[in-house]
Design a protein around this ligand. Structure first.
Ligand code: ZN
Length: 132
C-alpha cells in the first residue's frame, strides 16, 4: 500500500520529526513483518534518521549543514536555491526501515526526520509498506 503525507514546513531549513505519522501508516497497513520505504519527491528536501531526545542534536545538524553549504556561496543556478539542492543531495531522498511485529524497528533514540532545505513550503512524503 502507498500513502502520502503532507508536511507544512515553517523555516528555510528545518528537520521535522514525522515518526508518529509513519508509525500510524504501518499500523493501518497491518503488515506484521516487512519493510517501510519513505520517499521524498523533492530536489530541495530530504529524509534522515537521527536522535530526538536532545533537541540540540537537530539544532547542531541544522547549524552545521548551513555552515557546510552557506546561503551566500557563489552558485550558478538561476533560481537561487542551490544551497537547498546541495543539502538535499548530501542527505537522501529515501530511506527504508524494517517492520517487525507491526512496528518500526528503530533504535531507542532514533526518529525519522523530514528535512526542509528551501522552505517554508508544503511538501509531500510517500510511504510504501511492503510485506515480506
Ligand atoms: Zn532550484
Amino acid at each position: 500500500m502507498l500513502e502520502k503525507l503532507e508536511i507544512k514546513t515553517h523555516k528555510q531549513v528545518e528537520l521535522i520529526d514525522i515518526t508518529r505519522q509513519i508509525k500510524a501508516i504501518v499500523g493501518r497497513a497491518g503488515v506484521k513483518n516487512g519493510v517501510c520505504v519513505v520517499f521524498v519527491p523533492h530536489t530541495t528536501a530530504g529524509i534522515t534518521i537521527n536522535e530526538n531526545a536532545d533537541p540540540n542534536v537537530v539544532r547542531d545538524i541544522v547549524d552545521s549543514i548551513n555552515k557546510i553549504v552557506p546561503f551566500d556561496g557563489e552558485y550558478r543556478h538561476i533560481e537561487g536555491n542551490s544551497p537547498g539542492h546541495i543539502k538535499s543531495s548530501l542527505f537522501s531522498a529515501s530511506l527504508t526501515v524494517i517492520i517487525e511485529k507491526n512496528a518500526l524497528l528503530l533504535g531507542t533514540w532514533q526518529v525519522v526526520y523530514f528535512c526542509e532545505f528551501d522552505g517554508p513550503r508544503t511538501r509531500k512524503v510517500f510511504v510504501k509498506v511492503i510485506e515480506g
